[in-house]
Design a protein around this ligand. Structure first.
Ligand code: FAD
Length: 332
């Protein structure tokens, strides 16, 4: 294992001074990986006036926080971020660079990897070392039936984007990180397309990743009218609605509700999956849930292998009386 192998870098995304959880989740994983090999963890923080976030990154596991502040780095823009990160990586040559598989990460990581001439594994769900000291990057692939384990032995850094929620954040209260200010030169304000206006939509309900109860529906629900039963059950349980891909493709619910490899990774205390077959693409996003209840009319449905409670039944026979009972108990 050469010396560089010990340096793991984590891009810690922020927007408007709000840190994305995935950065802290990745720092925690990076800390565990680094500790296994006596390595170091660095957080990369880009923005303008964001220095107050550095304590959280040090407390999240970073030995060093590289802080690049410049008015041109707020709001996020692809070209300035790529240029600054490329310069930092080229100067310090870390062995590993991790990013969240967020909208920002999936745009930034491939462009950066191409500029650095290295590989990138996208949407990873796990990371570990192999015996040669290479980072193994675990990705569900090819229709969901295969878990691919990818290594990048010949190029550096070894780059991966990781699904938000796939790792658990930890705090290390006694840790003090070193802050290294990065000279952003030339200034980034005039670099690349300018942002003219930002419109922010306020979510109408609790974000899926933060919900303690999720009621998720699949293709088996069959119609937008029946989808109303999923929404009603979620409402009565104080939870959020989740979905597999087909209900999103059909327009029964919005894209942000999708759970799985190309959607969100969730860990609610209670996950109720209804009319869902249990293809790996979906399961990788929900199998860390506390208690999994599945309703499926097929006794051989794959989802049952991941479930704590299974109900082999047509959901039409379960949901209307269940909803009526909950309404009665809640006096509705
Ligand atoms: C690259 C790639 C990425 C993908 N990413 C995702 C992802 O992130 N998330 C995701 O979910 N999918 C994803 N998919 C799609 C995924 O492969 C599956 O097609 C999808 O998850 C299947 O959804 P489903 O279980 O709702 O539908 P189906 O597999 O069609 O299952 C429907 C189930 O409903 C049951 N059913 C039918 N009628 C009833 C009834 N009346 N009562 C009870 N049960 C009933 C059936 O027995 C069946 O098990 C991806 C695919 C690809 C190729």
């Amino acid at each position: 294992m050469n010396d560089n192998q010990r340096h793991i870098w984590v891009f810690t995304e922020q927007r408007g001074g709000a840190l994305h959880d995935v950065g802290l989740e990745l720092l925690s994983k990076a800390r565990a990986l680094a500790d296994e090999v006596g390595g170091t963890v660095s957080a990369l923080l880009l923005g303008s006036d964001v220095s107050e976030l550095t304590d959280r990154l040090a407390g999240g596991g970073a030995d060093t926080v590289y802080l690049a502040e410049d008015p041109g780095l707020e709001p996020y823009r692809l070209l300035p971020y790529t240029s600054v990160l490329e310069a930092m990586v080229s100067e310090h040559r870390p062995e590993v660079l991790l990013m969240g598989a967020t909208a920002m990460g999936v745009e930034l990581a491939p462009r950066l990897a191409a500029r650095l001439g290295t590989g990138l594994s996208a949407h990873c769900i796990d990371l570990r070392w192999n015996d040669e000291g290479h980072l193994l990057q675990v990705v569900p692939g090819w229709g969901g039936g295969v878990i691919a384990t990818i290594a990048c032995p010949n190029h550096r850094p070894q780059m991966a984007t990781v699904m938000p929620g796939a790792m658990k954040a930890s705090t290390f209260p006694d840790r003090e990180g070193k802050i290294i200010r990065v000279d952003v030169s030339p200034p980034m304000e005039d670099s690349g397309p300018q942002v003219v206006e930002i419109k922010t939509e306020t979510p109408s309900e609790l974000p899926l990743e933060k919900a303690d109860v999720i009621v998720a529906g699949g293709w088996g629900i069959g119609s937008p009218e029946k989808w109303g039963l999923i929404e009603e059950l979620a409402r009565l349980l104080g939870g959020a609605v989740g979905a597999t891909r087909p209900p999103v493709d059909e327009g029964w619910t919005e894209e942000g509700r999708m759970i799985g490899q190309s959607g969100k990774t969730v860990r609610p205390s209670l996950y109720i999956g209804i009319g869902i077959s249990g293809v790996m693409h979906h399961v990788v996003g929900m199998d860390q849930s506390g208690h999994i209840v599945s309703i499926n009319s097929d006794p051989n449905a794959e989802i049952f292998e991941t479930s704590d409670t299974i109900i082999v039944e047509d959901f039409n026979k379960i949901l209307p009386p269940l909803i009526a009972e909950l309404k009665a108990r809640q006096g509705k």
